[in-house]
Design a binder for this molecule. Structure first.
Ligand code: FAD
Ligand code: ZN
Length: 229
C-alpha cells in the first residue's frame, strides 16, 4: 500500500545541508511510491507561540488561562486555530513523521519546538494515562534527522558535549515516545560545515540509502535505560 510520510522541516535556507537532506527524502520516498507531505516551518511562517489565539471562541475558563486545559477542551470542541487543525490532519494520516533540523542549543529550533507545543495537544496526541506505549499516536513511526556544529568526538561519552544520547532523551522519549510514536534510530550528520565536500556527499548518500529500506527497520527500544545506562 502507499505509505504516508510527513516531514517537519526547520531550516531557513533551501541550499543548506538540511535543505538537501529534506529534498533527498522527498525524492527518495516519492520514488518508492510513498505519499510525502512537508511542513516547511519557516516558509509557512509557522507560529511557534502557544497563546490564547489558538482557541477560537469562548474559553473554558476565562478567569485563569491554562494552555494545556484550553487546547484540550478546544480540541474536543473542534475550536483550535485552523493552522493547528491542518497540522494535526497531516500527522493523523502519516505512517512516519521525519523531523529534519539543525541542532540549536542541544535541542530543536524554537519554531519546531513551537510546532510540538501547539500541535501535539492533549486529546489528540496523548491523554493520560494514554501515553508512552499507549500514546494516541501509536502505530506511527517517528525519526529525528539532524545536523550539528560539533563533531562526533565532542558528542561521545567522554567528549566535551557528552553522549549524543543525552540530548536524544527529551525529544525521543519525552516527546515522541510519550505520544505513542515508535522511534526509529536517529540520522545524525555531525559537523557538516567542517568536513570535506566528499564527506558531505557521503552523508547524503547514506541517508538516501537508508531510506530505501526504512520500512524494514525495527524501532529502537526507547526506555530510560537506553539513554542513561
Ligand atoms: P549548512 O552550513 O547550510 O551546510 C553545511 C555545508 O553543506 C554548506 O557548505 C553547504 O553549502 C553544504 N551543502 C548543502 N547542500 C549540499 C549538498 N547537496 N552536497 C554537498 N554539500 C552541501 N551545534 C551544536 O553542535 N550544538 C548546539 O547546541 C548548537 N546550537 C546552535 C544554536 C544556534 C542558535 C545556531 C544558529 C546554531 C547552533 N549549532 C549548534 C550549530 C548548528 O547545529 C549547525 O550550524 C547546523 O547543524 C549546520 O547545518 P546546516 O544545514 O545549517 O549547514
Ligand atoms: Zn522512550
Amino acid at each position: 500500500f502507499w505509505r504516508k510520510v510527513l516531514i517537519i522541516y526547520a531550516h531557513q535556507e533551501p541550499k543548506s545541508l538540511n535543505g538537501s537532506l529534506k529534498n533527498l527524502a522527498v525524492e527518495e520516498l516519492s520514488k518508492q511510491g510513498c505519499n510525502v507531505t512537508t511542513s516547511d516551518l519557516y516558509a509557512m511562517q509557522f507560529e511557534p507561540r502557544a497563546t490564547r489565539n489558538d482557541i477560537i471562541g469562548c474559553l473554558h475558563n476565562s478567569e485563569h488561562f491554562d494552555y494545556g486545559v484550553e487546547s484540550w477542551e478546544a480540541y474536543k470542541r473542534r475550536c483550535l486555530a485552523s493552522d493547528l487543525i491542518e497540522e494535526q490532519r497531516k500527522v493523523q494520516v502519516a505512517d512516519l513523521v521525519i523531523f529534519q533540523f539543525p541542532l540549536y542549543w542541544f535541542s530543536m529550533p524554537a519554531i519546531m519546538k513551537g510546532w510540538i507545543d501547539r500541535v501535539l495537544v492533549q486529546g489528540f496526541a496523548h491523554n493520560f494515562p494514554q501515553c508512552y506505549d499507549d500514546g494516541l499516536l501509536k502505530n506511527k513511526l517517528a525519526l529525528l534527522s539532524f545536523t550539528t556544529g560539533g563533531d562526533e568526538e565532542m558528542f561521545s561519552k567522554g567528549g566535551v558535549s557528552g553522549d549524543i544520547r543525552y540530548l536524544l532523551w527529551p525529544i525521543q522519549h519525552g516527546i515522541m515516545h510519550f505520544c505513542g510514536f515508535k522511534v526509529l534510530a536517529p540520522q545524525i550528520c555531525f559537523a557538516p560545515k567542517y568536513v570535506t565536500e566528499e564527506k558531505r556527499k557521503e552523508m547524503l548518500t547514506s541517508w538516501a540509502q537508508r531510506l530505501k529500506t526504512i520500512w524494514e527497520e525495527k524501532p529502537i527500544n526507547c526506555t530510560p535505560e537506553l539513554y542513561f545506562k
